[in-house]
Design a binder for this molecule. Structure first.
Ligand SMILES: [Zn+2]
Length: 378
């Protein structure tokens, strides 16, 4: 930025003159005022640590083996193995691929030279979610510890826009999200981990909370995605947030546990959950045909019999992710070929869908993804 050096050459009256000239040439758009929204609502969904390998080519034959905790490899193959990558991915995530083919966009297929990169260099969850939600990688974020994020997420920023105040909500399986989104400062409603669900139909909430409290908990810090999704569905029906973040976590945890069968089952289950959120949106007037869906992940994973289980700067492949978008205002460009994108671009995309320029709030924020339908209507 050279602004400072330019100003030093100006004297008092010159500054006043310069300011009035600037006021006349700047477009009359304030930071609060939406430009041109392409949709009225956004649903952002993340699937923790789900590799592009499975998203684009389906189940990995080398990993459907007894040695990797797969109790019944034959049954797993019947469910997910097909001859072509296209058939395999459709067997694993039929809804995602159906939407992308019909009216969406997906990037990150290395076989099409489509590369989506995590730029934080850490390739684990807190740095990834922070990059994805704040629009930039912060080197100071170097652990998954429960520390309040000093940076502002796009959720917080939108929640501070007058027309979105109180209309931004997050349902998250992982109990670190209140810190990543800094719910204390941002006042974004974050329901995370094994917290009770409180928004929705009282009878259904009672059943859901009873089940969540009394089921065996595989992980202390990560609730089952079915409860996260149920909470989000309840919130859509009763509170209709305009910005809804749904953060699913099981894929990563089953991978860390070395259970390739459950990792695949979770991926398929997540696909069903995305379908349910979509179908539910189509039944609610506020959302029907007015809602963009963005799907993303926090990091990739390694490769091979051991590498797939984990992720990090020591495991090549962890830096590569994938991104998808469909629904209102999203251009039907199908599968990206040859593109270069970054995880950090998701944040400004969430705002751009709604007609806001999040980049204006901080020079570090990456540009929105080129997924919006030009001149799209809500
Ligand atoms: Zn992990």
């Amino acid at each position: 930025m050279k602004k400072g050096s330019l100003h030093t050459r100006w004297t008092g009256p010159m500054i006043a003159l310069g300011a009035s000239v600037l006021l006349n040439i700047l477009p009359a758009v304030s930071a609060q005022e939406p430009a041109s929204p392409v949709a009225e609502n956004v649903v952002l969904i993340t699937l923790d640590g789900l590799r592009g390998e499975e998203v684009f080519t389906g189940a990995d034959q080398r990993l459907m083996i007894k040695e990797l905790g797969v109790a019944d490899p034959e049954q797993l193959r019947r469910r997910y193995w097909r001859e072509s990558p296209e058939e395999r991915r459709n067997a694993l995530m039929p809804f995602l691929w159906g939407r992308v083919a019909a009216e969406g966009w997906i990037a990150g297929d290395v076989d099409r030279d489509s590369i989506v990169t995590v730029t934080n260099g850490k390739y684990f969850s807190y740095p990834g979610y922070s990059e994805l939600l704040t629009g930039f990688a912060d080197d100071a974020i170097d652990s998954n510890a429960k520390r309040y994020n000093e940076n502002q997420t796009v959720l917080e920023w939108l929640n501070n826009q007058p027309e979105f105040r109180g209309a931004v909500t997050a349902y998250c399986s992982w109990d670190v999200f209140p810190y990543i989104i800094n719910d204390r400062r941002s006042r974004v409603g974050v329901n995370a981990g094994w917290s009770r669900l409180t928004v929705g139909d009282p009878t259904r909430l009672q059943v859901l909370n009873f089940a969540a409290e009394n089921l065996f908990h595989q992980w202390d810090g990560v609730r089952y995605d079915v409860f996260t999704t149920s909470g989000a569905l309840e919130a859509m029906r009763s509170a209709a947030p305009r910005v809804l973040y749904v953060s699913l976590g099981e894929t990563d945890d089953w991978a860390h546990a070395g259970r390739y069968d459950r990792y695949l089952l979770s991926a398929e289950q997540n696909d069903r959950f995305i379908r349910q959120l979509w179908d539910s949106a189509q039944q609610i007037p506020q959302y029907r045909d007015k809602t963009a869906f963005l799907i993303a992940t926090d990091h990739g994973r390694g490769d091979g019999r051991e590498g797939w289980k984990s992720h990090g700067s020591n495991l090549p492949g962890s830096e590569r992710i994938w991104l998808a978008a469909f629904g209102a205002g999203i251009a039907a460009r199908g599968q990206d070929e040859g593109g270069r994108f970054e995880q950090a671009q998701v944040a400004a995309t969430v705002a751009a869908v709604l007609g806001f320029d999040f980049q204006r709030s901080d020079a570090r924020i990456a540009a929105p993804l080129p997924v919006l339908a030009v001149g799209g209507s809500p």
